[in-house]
Ligand binder design. Sequence first.
Ligand SMILES: [Zn+2]
Length: 259
Amino acid sequence: MSDKIDFEVVPLRAFKDNYIWTLRNDRYAAVVDPGDAQPVLDYLRRERLELCAILATHHHADHVGGVADLLARHAVPVYGPRGEPIPTLSHPLGDGDQVQVPQLGLRFEVLGIPGHTRAHIAYYGANSLFCGDTLFACGCGRLFEGTAPQMVASLAKLAALPDATLVYSGHEYTLANIDFARAVEPDNEELKARAASDAEKRKSERPTLPSTIGREKKTNPFLRCLEPAVIESANKYLGARASDPVQVFAAIRAWKNSF
Ligand SMILES: [Zn+2]
């Protein structure tokens, strides 16, 4: 899926902890999940870039709230999930579809990853994954419209991507997620190392993202529901003996909600 890499990915901050991932070359930019138009408009003006596409992962306002204002100034295609209420969508997408952004020489494969919302999608291409609120660094999205089995299947689909895939999630939640992950897996050495390096990044206000699929597989409890240590912690929380990965996932998801 990887085309020639002559683009850059820039995080624009929005609201408290959202990232609007901006893909750019020296002339054009595409944005993923613009919950707010202003940071995008400011960036385009400052960098003298022309907006060429908007990509949405799901319908929540902090991801698409800025689309209408961007469209008022830039007539560009708006890609997003078919079957979610996004009135500004021009190109509804589902699992297996492709998106071309010729101005940036990019092509993305669309992955259907329901769970956080009913038709949430991710964009995968050029060794990069834009996965909205499904996979976070060391965490995963809440189940607002989908079920635990759906989320487990969606996360498995993402975990099957190459380890080197760069993971661009929708929020900077990493340090809080790591605190929880360490409660689940207190003896995970990779997690300890990650806690230190990500805390260092946040101290200097750098994003902890992108992560990689390989790093998530080693440290993200929601991708580790077959690991004995994760199963044991889930069982402690449940006060039961569950080993089915969906039950283990559901237990740690519920635990995280009240953590
Ligand atoms: Zn969301």
